[in-house]
Design a protein around this ligand. Structure first.
Ligand code: ADP
Length: 263
């Protein structure tokens, strides 16, 4: 009976251990949830003032330019570019918290793909004086999906292409379509990505670390979000690269699909 008693004690200890682990996990889950709520609230609170400051700096820039005050227009242009970076960062953070809270909303519609691409190229072009973003190829395809999310994917790819090619002057965007899908590629002539790191670029928080951290600041969210959006729009996204000579990021999206196609 002494053996049985020892066995009972062991079982009791084990179940106590299990119980403790469970509450630890529960606590972690609660912390995780609090972190997400915090992230959501903070990025939302940041968004409003930054958006309006950005709008004001744009208006002022135009005023100075119209008045022929190029010197001040250039200064305000620099403010606009920095505000734009901040806006994109906040957008990525907000999306991250929405992913985690399962609160991401879709607004799906039919729209011409090339018009969206032109809009985004123009937008990103207005934030760089060092690079020329060159549009190539054409498509008259209409796609059905979330215009804003797809635009955001392109914005993220383009801002990366500019950011990770500091010595280059050109970024090429190529669009094409087949009977069932559109394809878009963003090619840059920058630092590239080592072959063994390439499979990881779409992971959350993935960043090339080390000495480059200061030259290329970022959160490691842009490509993760891009991949999530493309996946949710039933498309595919991939990258090819040669370290030192540049990268190409491409995605494919179906032209039309049923509304219930969501994963
Ligand atoms: P971030 O740019 O904020 O670090 P991303 O998710 O956009 O986050 O990119 C993840 C990582 O992938 C980057 O840190 C960088 O190392 C690499 N990367 C992304 N785009 C390019 C590119 N066009 N050229 C070279 N490396 C890139």
């Amino acid at each position: 009976s002494e053996a049985r008693q020892r066995q009972a004690e062991a079982i009791l200890r084990e179940s106590e251990e299990k119980y403790r682990t469970k509450t630890d996990i529960e606590q972690l889950e609660q912390l995780e949830q609090q972190k997400n709520v915090f992230l959501g609230v903070v990025s939302h609170e940041l968004k409003t003032p930054v958006t309006s400051a950005q709008a004001f700096s744009e208006v002022l820039e135009q005023r100075f330019r119209r008045a022929g005050d190029e010197k001040n227009a250039v200064l305000l242009g620099k403010i606009r570019v920095q505000m734009n970076k901040l806006t994109l960062l906040i957008r990525d953070l907000l999306d991250l918290s929405r992913f985690d809270a399962g609160k991401l909303q879709f607004h799906e519609e039919s729209f011409p793909f090339d018009a969206l691409v032109d809009d985004i190229i123009e937008e990103v072009q207005s934030t760089t004086t060092t690079h020329h973003i060159q549009g190539e190829g054409e498509t008259s395809a209409t796609i059905f999906g979330d215009r804003e999310h797809i635009g955001q994917v392109l914005t993220n790819l383009l801002t990366n292409a500019v950011k990770y090619s500091p010595d280059a002057t050109k970024v090429i965007v190529t669009i094409s379509h087949t009977q069932h899908e559109v394809m878009l590629c963003v090619q840059d002539f920058g630092i590239g990505i080592a072959r063994d790191r390439l499979p990881h670029v779409f992971e959350r928080f993935f960043r090339e670390t080390g000495a480059q951290e200061e030259t290329f600041p970022g959160l490691g969210l842009g490509l993760y979000i891009a991949a999530e959006f493309i996946r949710q729009q039933c498309g595919t996204i991939w990258a090819t690269s040669d370290k030192g000579s540049g990268s190409t990021f491409c995605f494919r999206l179906p032209l039309q699909r049923a509304r219930s196609d969501h994963p």
